[in-house]
Design a protein around this ligand. Structure first.
Ligand SMILES: Cc1cc2nc3c(=O)[nH]c(=O)nc-3n(C[C@H](O)[C@H](O)[C@H](O)COP(=O)(O)OP(=O)(O)OC[C@H]3O[C@@H](n4cnc5c(N)ncnc54)[C@H](O)[C@@H]3O)c2cc1C
Length: 410
């Protein structure tokens, strides 16, 4: 059977995946505002929907589960410029600047506390210095710290063995579920419709253009489509005859119960220990380089599936909190609230995929790691491309062509 189901013509009845007739939702008429369908209401889809709606488009967001249900909910949600690729760094810096404005306009509740990177060994010290050098010569230059300066700047942390550190005042962090909700609420204030739970099961095309989005509720005609479906993006693209492979990259985070707020910074410490404290005082951390290689992880290493049992989940959570307690007195004795397991939306070259599809003149795709950091700039630039045909050169290295292959299997 043709996996790339092409639904010809939208007058009358269309057939759904089950072969049952589907209702055809009336296209928004009496207006020249383009109707854009956005698949996925994670932080990236929500930002795109908001920017489109604010710029005057009619927007329908289709979300399979619930807003922020994918990678977004399970994100560490650190907003940061950190990469050694200077072009990519510019994209990230532009997004951070937009966050500043959106935070003031929409009350995102962001925590702008800066960032400390520190290492305990000679090898880690080298990495710390390389990263610090990445912003040298810019107006965002970082400050190197010795052990005494570290403790003075961040008295809530006891770093232990210390080789090198720097402080950046640029970084922030956020609650990804809250911020996604703020973006969606702003989109809805500008007339966007948010449909969930509402899984997109097919995409209709005619003569190389997307004509409609198909869900179990019916067929919704669209003038333009944006696919921002996280790790499910390849499945949606296959409906349009495009093949994309994403890397499989699980990540866990321990969340403690709330307590007194002792720091507003994000920390990247020795052996992959990353942590922050949310505005409500809960501590969120991970120890990516220390996760034990257990046989129970076999399936998780291959597919986006949940932990096989709660005991294993708790074991990871308690290990991370114990590590945090070594460097953060406020973490000593705090209880685990939850341990999340998320799957990064990770293109195989590590860089964003954003832009129009080669095969469909009116369809865009956005699939990116660091989607929390990049959501504002992705929303702005994708909206400008669709509504004003304005193509910002900063996106040139990230176009989908470099990663997509035309499907041969039908
Ligand atoms: C452990 C971890 C730590 C991270 N840390 C950071 C960090 O510190 N900083 C940072 O910037 N980024 C970080 N990221 C990455 C960031 O969280 C993601 O890049 C971002 O959340 C991706 O957002 P998204 O909207 O593209 O995808 P998602 O949040 O996955 O949203 C996609 C949505 O599409 C929906 N969907 C899928 N298929 C369909 C369909 N057929 N029909 C309708 N809806 C569908 C899903 O239900 C989902 O809600 C981290 C990620 C993880 C997992």
């Amino acid at each position: 059977m043709n996996r790339r189901r092409v639904i010809q013509g939208l007058s009358g009845l269309a057939l759904g995946m089950s072969g049952m007739p589907l209702a055809v939702t009336a296209a928004p008429r009496g207006s020249r505002r383009p109707h854009v369908g956005v698949i996925g209401a994670g932080i990236v889809g929500a930002s795109i929907g908001m920017h489109l709606a604010r710029a005057g488009a009619l927007v329908t967001l289709f979300e399979r589960t619930a807003p922020a249900a994918g990678a977004t909910r399970n994100s560490f949600a650190w907003v940061d410029p950190w990469t050694l690729d200077l072009h990519y760094q510019q994209l990230r810096l532009r997004s951070i600047a937009l966050y500043g404005r959106l935070d003031r306009e929409l009350g995102l509740g962001m925590v702008w506390g800066g960032y400390i990177d520190w290492g305990a060994s000679a090898a880690e010290a080298r990495d710390v210095r390389d990263l610090a050098a990445a912003l040298e010569g810019t107006r965002f230059a970082v400050r190197s710290l010795d052990a005494a300066q570290f403790r003075q700047l961040s008295p809530a942390i006891e770093p232990g063995p210390f080789a090198a550190a720097f402080y950046s005042g640029l970084d922030g962090h956020l609650d990804p579920v809250r911020v996604t909700g703020c973006f969606l609420a702003a989109a809805q204030r500008h007339g966007a419709q948010l449909k969930y739970p509402c899984e997109v099961t097919d995409v209709a095309t005619r003569a190389g253009r997307v004509t409609a989005v198909v869900t179990r509720e019916g067929v919704t005609p669209v003038d333009h489509l944006v696919i921002a479906a996280g790790v499910d993006t390849p499945r949606l693209l296959r409906m349009l005859g495009e093949e994309l492979t994403l890397a499989h990259a699980p990540g866990i985070l321990a969340h403690s119960v709330p307590g007194p707020v002792v720091t507003r910074m994000v920390y990247d410490g020795p052996a992959g220990l990353e942590f922050k404290q949310m505005a409500d005082g809960s501590i969120v951390g991970t120890d990516s380089e220390q996760v034990p290689n257990l046989p129970q992880h076999a399936l998780i290493r291959e597919q986006p599936v949940d932990f096989p049992d709660e005991a294993l989940r708790r074991q990871h959570g308690e290990r991370i909190l114990a590590r945090l307690a070594q460097v953060m007195p406020a973490a000593r004795g705090v209880a685990l609230a939850r341990l999340t397991l998320g799957f990064r939306v990770l293109p195989t070259d590590g860089l964003p995929i954003v832009g129009a599809l080669p095969s469909s003149a009116n369809a865009h795709v956005v699939a990116t790691h660091s989607g929390v950091t990049l959501a504002p700039i992705m929303g702005k630039l994708v909206s400008e491309e669709i509504l004003a045909q304005r193509h910002d050169l900063i996106l040139a290295p990230y176009r989908p062509e470099r990663m997509l292959r035309r499907s041969t299997v039908v």
